[in-house]
Design a binder for this molecule. Structure first.
Ligand SMILES: Cc1cc2nc3c(=O)[nH]c(=O)nc-3n(C[C@H](O)[C@H](O)[C@H](O)COP(=O)(O)O)c2cc1C
Length: 379
C-alpha cells in the first residue's frame, strides 16, 4: 500500500484541459508520492451528468493520491457533488476559490467567492458535513481586485477555518476580475511569496500550501524548509503546488519522490514512460468507449487528447521540437482514432524515432539528497 502521508508536500495543480487522466498517468510515472489534482468540475455539471460520471471521475487506486476539484457557489449543490465524489474515493475534495475566468466569475464562483467569505464558510461547512471520509480543502488567491490586503486574506482564511477546513492552497498572486484575461492573471500580478509564508507562520494549525511560479525541485524545497528569502517569515510552508512547470517540463520533476519525500524515484526513462503511456492510454480509450453512454462513446477517441501530454516529456532536450511537430502533424492528418487499431501507437513511434536515443534512454540519474534528511527507502 502506497504511503500517502505528507502528500501535501508536493502537488500538481488542477489545470483545465491539462490534468486529465492521461496527463496524470504520465506524471505518475515520474512520481508516485505527489498529490495530483483533477481539472475543475462544476458541481451542477456532475449532478446533471449522472449517467456519464465515468468520463469525469473514474480512476484507479494506483492513480492516487488524487484530489478532485469542484467549482460552484451553491452550498446545496456543492455538498451534493462532494458527496458524490466521495463515492469515487478521491483522497481530497477541493473547492476552487481562485479561478479568475470571466465565464466562472460572472457566475460568482472561482476567485469571486473570495469577496464573500461568509458564503465560502457556509459552502465548506456544508461540504464537510456531507463527506465523512474525505478531507475538504480550498484553493484561493492572496486577494481579488482591491480586496487585497493581508487583513482581507486572513478574514477569508478564518472563515474557512471556522467551517472546519485545515488545508488551504494559496496562489501567491492576487487576481483582477475585470481588465485581465485568465492567462494574464497567471503572469501579470506580482508573486508575493512573503504573504503566503506569513500566513503559514501565523496559522500554524493549518496546512498552507504555496502555489505560483515554481519551476524546480530546489525551489520547492526552499519554500518547504523556509530557507529561501521570504522576508521575515522563515518557518516554511506545508507544501508546494506546481502547475505549468509540471506540464511543460515534467521530466524536471523526476526526482520528486527522493528529493521531497525521501523515498525512491520510479526511475523510468522517457522511452519507458512513453511506452507505458501508449499501453495504458489505449486501455483507457477502450474503457471509455465501453463504459461511457452511447452519445459520448467517441469522446476519448481524439488523437490530440492522447498525444498532448506526451509532447512535453522531452522539453529542453535535443529533438524535442521535431518530436512535438511530428505529433501535431499526426493529429492534423487524422484527428480521430479507433483505439482497437495501432493508429495511436504508430503515431507515437514515428515521433519517437525523431528523438535521439540519448534523450529517450537518458537515465533518471542520481537520487538527490532529501531536503528533510530522511533516508531514501523503497515503498
Ligand atoms: C491551463 C491552465 C488551466 C488551469 N485550470 C485551473 C483549474 O481548473 N482550477 C484551478 O484552481 N486553477 C487552475 N489553473 C491555475 C493553476 O492551478 C495554478 O494555480 C496556476 O497555474 C499557478 O501555478 P503555476 O505558476 O505553477 O502554473 C489553471 C492554470 C492553467 C495554466
Amino acid at each position: 500500500m502506497m504511503d500517502h502521508s505528507n502528500a501535501h508536500r508536493f502537488s500538481v495543480a488542477p489545470m483545465m484541459a491539462v490534468t486529465d487522466r492521461y496527463f496524470r498517468y504520465l506524471f505518475r510515472q515520474l512520481s508516485r508520492r505527489s498529490k495530483l489534482y483533477t481539472e475543475m468540475y462544476v458541481d451542477k455539471t456532475l449532478l446533471h451528468q449522472q449517467d456519464n460520471l465515468h468520463n469525469f471521475l473514474s480512476h484507479r487506486a494506483a492513480e492516487g493520491p488524487l484530489a478532485v476539484q469542484l467549482g460552484g457557489n451553491d452550498p446545496d449543490t456543492l455538498a451534493e457533488a462532494a458527496e458524490m465524489c466521495e463515492q469515487w474515493a478521491f483522497s481530497e475534495i477541493n473547492l476552487n476559490c481562485g479561478c479568475p475566468s470571466s465565464k466562472v466569475s460572472d457566475r460568482c464562483f472561482g476567485a469571486r467567492l473570495m469577496l464573500d467569505p461568509e458564503r465560502v464558510r457556509e459552502i465548506t461547512y456544508g461540504m464537510i458535513r456531507k463527506v465523512t471520509r474525505t478531507p475538504v480543502t480550498v484553493k484561493c488567491r492572496i486577494g481579488v481586485d482591491d480586496k487585497d490586503s493581508y487583513d482581507e486574506l486572513t478574514t477569508f482564511v478564518r472563515a474557512v477555518k471556522a467551517a472546519g477546513i485545515d488545508h488551504v492552497v494559496v496562489h501567491a498572486r492576487k487576481c483582477l476580475l475585470k481588465g485581465l484575461s485568465t492567462s494574464a492573471n497567471r503572469t501579470i500580478p506580482p508573486l508575493r511569496y512573503d504573504v503566503v509564508h506569513r500566513l503559514a507562520q501565523e496559522f500554524p494549525e493549518l496546512e498552507i500550501v504555496l502555489n505560483g511560479g515554481i519551476d524546480s525541485l530546489g525551489a520547492v524545497n526552499e519554500h518547504i524548509t523556509g530557507t529561501g528569502e521570504w522576508g521575515e517569515y522563515g518557518g516554511g510552508v506545508a507544501g508546494v503546488m506546481v502547475g505549468r512547470a509540471a506540464y511543460f517540463d515534467p521530466w524536471t520533476f523526476r526526482h520528486t519522490d527522493s528529493a521531497v519525500f525521501g523515498s525512491s524515484d520510479p526511475g523510468f526513462t522517457r522511452r519507458e514512460i512513453m511506452e507505458r503511456c501508449v499501453d495504458r492510454f489505449t486501455e483507457m480509450m477502450q474503457e471509455g468507449r465501453r463504459e461511457g453512454p452511447e452519445c459520448n462513446r467517441t469522446r476519448h477517441l481524439c488523437l490530440g487528447t492522447v498525444t498532448k501530454p506526451l509532447g512535453y516529456l522531452s522539453s529542453g532536450a535535443r529533438g524535442s521540437r521535431t518530436f512535438r511537430q511530428e505529433l501535431s502533424r499526426a493529429v492534423q492528418a487524422q484527428s480521430k482514432i479507433d483505439p482497437d487499431t495501432d493508429d495511436f501507437r504508430d503515431a507515437v513511434d514515428r515521433a519517437m524515432a525523431l528523438l535521439p536515443e540519448g534523450v529517450l534512454d537518458e537515465p533518471v540519474g542520481d537520487t538527490p539528497e532529501c531536503a528533510f534528511g530522511s533516508q531514501v527507502r523503497d515503498d
